[in-house]
Design a binder for this molecule. Sequence first.
Ligand code: EPS
Length: 354
Amino acid sequence: MLRYLTAGESHGKCLIAVLEGMVAGLRIDTALINDELRRRQAGRGRGKRMSMESDKANCLSGLRNGVTIGSPIAIMIENRDFSIDRLPAVLCPRPGHADLCGSLKYNFNDARNALERSSARETAARVAVGAVCRIFLSKFDIRVKSRIAMIGGIWGGGGDAEGKLVIERIDTARKKGDTLGGIFEVVSTGIPAGLGSFSFADRRLDGRIAGSLMSIQAIKGVELGLGFRAAEEYGSGVHDAIYHDTKKGFYRKTNNAGGIEGGVSNGEPIVFRCAMKPISTLARPLDSVNMRTKSPAKASVERSDVCAVESAAVVAEAVLSFELAAAMLEKFGGDSLGETKRNFDGYIKQIKRF
Ligand code: EPS
């Protein structure tokens, strides 16, 4: 079983990720992890923190001479802003953030104790985990990428014109002390048919991926393939007709299912869309209440981003990479890369002969 844990506060000493269950014999180029960390830090609308940090992966365990040995892989990312013990108390919870519910839950009279961990800074650790999983998937020619569909109401393919409009919209939001969200797509190609389960609710691939994507900070909606629009159409306009070709095997001309049918991958690209709400920290804050005095007050203002949709898409790639690697290992097993590959190749031959 592949699993991971992350630890670390936003302004603590560091972030830590521990990935357990990865096969032995996989060469991990730390530069590839750092490339993903850099991608996560970039994007239009990011705040000052990103110019302070330069996230780098420090692999503390699980590797020998850069190659996995089957033991837990611990990765540390140091925080340059290690100011947690000096930062002021946060008394007026920000609507949309975990400040109030986190404080009620843990009986905190300072929401900082909640926000330090609920912050999206944690996603750097998830990106490091996803980068290792991406390296594993690449050995099977499985790729994961993302595409921005919309930012702040501006739809488009990311061309120069839309790019300019998006920058303007983000600048306007910044000037107004406001924030913006958006929608992105995360796609995986090369996944064979047969990952996941139609029998067990907790092993359905769509449920697992959707749950993980929804767990990314600020994600409020997740859809697979045609998603919510499928509910408006006739079945004949939704389901992807099946064809067969001696070279290609079974294939579809459409992919409204988003590559998963009955909780199982069907061999087509896996396509999820995620909706991200605007960041909860507003420079021009909404009404709130002082948690200690209970008197009305404006919400606390913390340094934050205006828009982090492009970063969230990179996090979603990481999360999808983890879920796909976990599903691959569940189906093909193996303690070494060679063993997993042998099992995978045998199964691919079986599908081709079907
Ligand atoms: C983030 C680090 C944070 C925020 C942002 C994401 O750094 P700081 O709070 O020190 O400015 O920029 O966090 C949030 C959007 C949030 O709601 O907490 C990061 O590394 O991605």
